[in-house]
Design a protein around this ligand. Sequence first.
Ligand code: ADP
Ligand code: MG
Length: 380
Amino acid sequence: MWHRTDTHRYPVLYVDDERNNLTVFRLVFSDEFAVRTAQSGEEALEILASEPIAVLLADQRMPGMTGITLAEKVKEAHPEVVRMIVTAFVDTRAALDAINRGEVYRFISKPWREDELRAVLRTAIDLFALGSMVGDLQLKMLRSERLASLGFATAGVSHDMKTPLGTVTLGVDRLARKLGKLEEAQGASPLTSDMHKVLADCKAAAKQLKSLIETIRVHAREQPAPTERLRPAELAESTLRLCRAEILSRAQLSFERDEAPPIVGDPVQLGQVLLNLLVNAAQSIPPGEPGRHRVRLRVGGSEGRALLQITDTGRGITPEVLPKIFDPFFTTRTDEGGTGLGLAMVREIVDRHGGTIEVQSTLDRGTTVSVFLPAAPQDA
Ligand SMILES: Nc1ncnc2c1ncn2[C@@H]1O[C@H](COP(=O)(O)OP(=O)(O)O)[C@@H](O)[C@H]1O
Ligand SMILES: [Mg+2]
């Protein structure tokens, strides 16, 4: 169900060099909206940097920074803000241009009419609210990815625990047998019966540990077998929707789709694979120069298999680090909250789907990760 948005929770920032216009705007709209005002682009940017703003409404003709320039800057620094321009001069070309480039959501001609602008502001706030809802969902998904990947990592770690635990169990058994022989030869004593007790305790503990590990393994690995027939391009599109904003904050994004065969798989798990690889690509790019960097997602086919390929122009991976990146808990991003579980999970899921992964990387140039997945059988 769709509830009317509580407009007061979403501040509107109006920017105009004429003080009178600001006063009128405040008088007219403060009843319904949380109004903030600024007299220049610079002042507006300061406000945006220090408080949450949902909607920006900027006069186009201002000394110094124009409305469109301001909108461009806001798009970079605060892409979630819905940006609109007010102008007395119907500068159609610049208007259309800015809308097409995605810098502004719409133009409003000056002098504005109260009822018209009120309706526009409400729609803009709805748009903003919708955007933050998607953002919340994305966060929730990333969080559940963490949990899911923790499961995968535990599966890997618990597998590694089985061998040493086997050695312990065998050792305890052998010691108990040797102790029995010793008692046969020399007779039992308080010391040997104490040793029997210790060994029995060890054996019980090892057994408990074994069943604990089994529980974790079953829990972590028992996922329904992938059965759904999927189109790789659709998978890519729906995943891009989730992380587009994060990528665009670091780089330009391109999406190339060639012929790709359909695959069989679990859309949620394969979505996690793509999401992790795309987020890794974005995170490999230093912030601050999105114009100079690129993340490319390519969907295609290769020798009868589907190919999902992610290329970034980020910092790359050194040859020493490369063999470790799929290990659970391996991360070079400890400071930025890296868990080192993303690629461990990626590998686990791709394995389960019968696929393979290749990574090519050049230090300071960038990285390409290619995921190959088997094509769906013809009759599936
Ligand atoms: N696209 C990439 N560019 C550079 N390094 C990468 C890239 N993807 C992964 N890595 C390296 O692999 C490590 C492990 O990645 P991952 O398992 O996703 O964990 P996390 O992202 O939490 O560090 C990262 O810390 C990073 O060093
Ligand atoms: Mg990662």
